[in-house]
Write a protein that binds this ligand. Structure first.
Ligand SMILES: [Zn+2]
Length: 233
């Protein structure tokens, strides 16, 4: 059976109402990235950073998965082979749609992380400076989010998965953020068929063998239908 690895980015959650730091308006527009999405920003003003992620956590909890998330969940359910989603998104919309095989390479809003001992636990709705770790007791709780300047999670596993992928698809990613922007080259070198699905061509579109452009809620279900037919499902 073919192994399908899918990278998803902000573009798949945009139609569920979750903005990105590139959008005009919304939560990100009122803050500078270096203030709310870097370890240095957190060290300078933890209260501001916690407030920012508390607001994003509420927003993400209210969002609902859309037809694109649901199509990927259907792919995992109806296809007999392996389907892995590697997501840059920190919302839980893939899981809410029913996907089970999901790696959050940039962390997740619903998680808290102890900066002292690396213990992870479900984030309370409201986090504040001095949040105590339930295991080591250090007042070092922070959002379980990979900030700019930090190493994304699961990288060794992701490179392994890309090297053994038969199909690699990137959905709703800008192609501007590394290392994710280089995944297509690794998958291509390993012999995978590569597909970009995006609202507009990404910065690395020329690296893909197959491309589809349009709203994720239209092009992702179409692609999943075609793929399942081709695989004889
Ligand atoms: Zn701890």
């Amino acid at each position: 059976m073919d192994k399908i690895v899918i990278l998803t980015g902000a573009g798949i959650s945009a139609e569920s109402g979750l903005g990105t730091f590139r959008d005009e308006g919304g939560l990100w527009a009122r803050h500078r990235i270096e203030d709310v999405a870097t370890p240095e920003g957190f060290a300078r003003n933890p209260a501001l950073v916690h407030e920012f992620y508390n607001a994003r956590r509420v927003q993400a909890a209210q969002a609902r998965p859309n037809a694109a998330h649901e199509a990927l969940s259907r792919l995992e359910r109806d296809y007999g082979g392996e389907v892995l989603i590697v997501t840059q998104n920190v919302d839980g919309l893939h899981e809410a749609a029913g996907s089970r095989n999901v790696l959050h390479m940039h962390g997740i809003l619903s998680g808290a992380l102890c900066a002292a001992c690396d213990h992870r636990w479900p984030a309370p709705d409201h986090m504040a400076p001095g949040q105590q770790c339930p295991v080591c007791g250090a007042p070092a709780g922070r959002p379980d989010i990979v900030w700019f300047g930090e190493m994304p999670y699961y990288m060794d596993r992701i490179w392994d998965e890309l090297r053994s992928a038969d199909v690699f698809a990137a959905i709703g990613t800008s192609g501007n953020v590394y290392p994710a922007a280089a995944f297509v080259q690794d998958a291509d070198r390993a012999g995978a068929h590569t597909v970009e699905l995006n609202l507009e061509p990404s910065a690395v579109v020329s690296d893909f063998a197959e491309t589809h452009f349009g709203p994720a809620t239209r092009i992702v279900p179409d692609w999943v239908d075609t793929l399942l037919r081709r695989l004889g499902m």
